[in-house]
Design a protein around this ligand. Structure first.
Ligand code: ZN
Length: 275
């Protein structure tokens, strides 16, 4: 199933229609898009029975599919190709930081460019469905509700200021666009090998596959949940492949007016204009 946030309400996407979750469940689930994750196992029983829409799918009504997670994890240096372009060794453990939740944004929201060093990072984003506390890697996928497309937009100047502050440098308002919806894992044929990429004004700048990930989604669930419980609706930005602007010679960054398009095979495409 595809689960979207339509004007602040949880909605299933059925082709070119949406089905309002609260309306069709008589208030059992939703309307808050986060509420379905708190009752995820019951929701996945309910949702496949929904076959009729309640309105048309309108792109302009889609908001961040997971708008207020309690925890946002993000992983640096998690593709071999990106480790190489960054001149970094392949790490032994996931290099983890956060994007503060208020930086998350919708799939078609504008990105406000602040300064001269704002960079792109397309990423596969995993959304937690069932609380995960000290979970084995083999059980990792079972704790994931679904996958979505994310951009870990980064202010490189702020990121490397004061000796390094990744979390703040990746948390300017609107610097975490996600969407266009969450696709449940069962609908993604081979999540360990998906094409992903992004383009700036139509020019492809990142083009990779998730098979190049150093730490897979289930491995991240295992490693992170060994430290702290992962809660329903938490999100994990799993890292970006090669092709970021700062690694280019000369470096290239986003400018006002640029259109940033980001996609993942089997999930969808988000489009963000730099304003
Ligand atoms: Zn990133």
């Amino acid at each position: 199933m595809k689960l979207a946030n339509c004007n602040g309400r949880a909605a299933l996407v059925l082709g070119d229609e949406i089905a309002d979750v609260a309306e069709l469940s008589n208030g059992r689930f939703g309307p808050d898009p986060m509420a379905v994750y708190d009752d995820w196992s019951a929701f996945v029983e309910f949702a496949p029975g929904v076959r009729t829409g309640t309105g048309p799918l309108v792109e302009a009504q889609l908001r961040c599919p997971v708008p207020t997670p309690r925890q946002v994890f993000a992983i640096g240096i998690n593709y071999r190709s990106h480790a190489e372009e960054s001149g970094m060794a392949v790490p032994d453990v996931p290099a983890t930081f956060t994007k503060f939740p208020a930086s998350l944004a919708g799939p078609y929201d504008d990105v406000e460019i602040v300064g001269e060093t704002v960079d792109w990072e397309v990423e596969l984003v995993a959304v937690i469905g069932a609380r995960a506390d000290r979970v084995a890697e083999a059980d990792g996928w079972a704790r994931v509700a679904g996958l979505t497309v994310g951009q870990d937009i980064s202010d490189r100047h702020l990121q490397f200021a004061a000796g390094g502050q990744f979390s703040l440098g990746k948390s300017r308002r609107g610097y975490g666009p996600m969407g266009p919806w969450v696709v449940t894992v069962d609908e993604v044929p081979n999540p360990g090998d998906l094409a992903l990429g992004c383009s700036v004004d139509g020019e492809k700048v990142q083009d990779a596959r998730t098979s190049d990930l150093i730490f897979s989604v289930p491995r991240l669930v295992a490693d992170l949940s060994a430290v702290v419980p992962l809660l329903p609706g938490d999100v994990i930005f799993t890292g970006t492949p090669a092709g970021v602007g700062i690694a280019r010679k000369p470096p290239r960054f986003l400018r006002r007016g640029n259109v940033l398009e980001s996609w993942i095979e089997g999930i969808g495409t988000i489009v963000n204009r730099c304003a």
